[in-house]
Design a protein around this ligand. Structure first.
Ligand code: UDP
Ligand code: MG
Length: 146
């Protein structure tokens, strides 16, 4: 399996409820390498840009208001099959439908306030990483070099 990068976001409900540490611990426990990370607050416009794929969905306005309502942590994760592995660790979008043990099942409040984002494909991951990070902010290293 190829080494990939993916984008994750600890969403405003996660940061506000003091779940940053627990989410990051879960990622690291799974062997997911954090190669870039920052804390920021999106503007409404910034959230609309990030979620433009959902612009025609009924939840778009509510989603982008929520995503710009508080601090988030955005991070680049690197590893073999990391895109799929992160999605599995996150669980289903709706915490009530998520498998026990997944982050959304453990910590999610609602289908909107579901703690964590993860890119859903290699193309999306490249686009989403570039939305938040330039190359100097990603500290990727050859495999096994620590
Ligand atoms: N969302 C929502 N209502 C819905 C579906 C999604 O508020 O009915 C929000 C939720 O925060 C979700 C995000 O929109 O994580 C993006 O939706 P997507 O279908 O891409 O889910 P994800 O890829 O995050 O599981
Ligand atoms: Mg998605």
């Amino acid at each position: 399996m190829a080494v990939e990068q993916t984008l994750t976001i600890i969403k405003p409900d996660g940061v506000a409820r003091g779940l940053m540490g627990r989410v990051l611990e879960a990622l690291e426990t799974e062997g997911m390498k954090i190669v870039g990370m920052k804390m920021l607050q999106l503007t409404k416009r910034g959230a609309e840009g990030f979620y433009q794929v959902h612009r025609n969905k009924p939840f778009f306005d509510s989603l982008t208001s929520y995503m710009s309502s508080g601090l988030v942590v955005v991070a680049v994760l690197e590893g073999e099959g990391i895109i799929e592995r992160l999605r599995r660790l996150m669980g289903a979008t709706d915490p009530q439908k998520a498998t026990p043990g997944t982050l959304r099942h453990r910590y999610g409040l609602s289908i909107q306030e579901n703690v964590i984002h993860g890119s859903d494909s290699p193309e999306t991951a490249r686009w989403e990483i570039a939305y938040f990070f330039n190359q100097t902010e990603i500290h990727s290293r050859p495999l096994n070099s620590g």
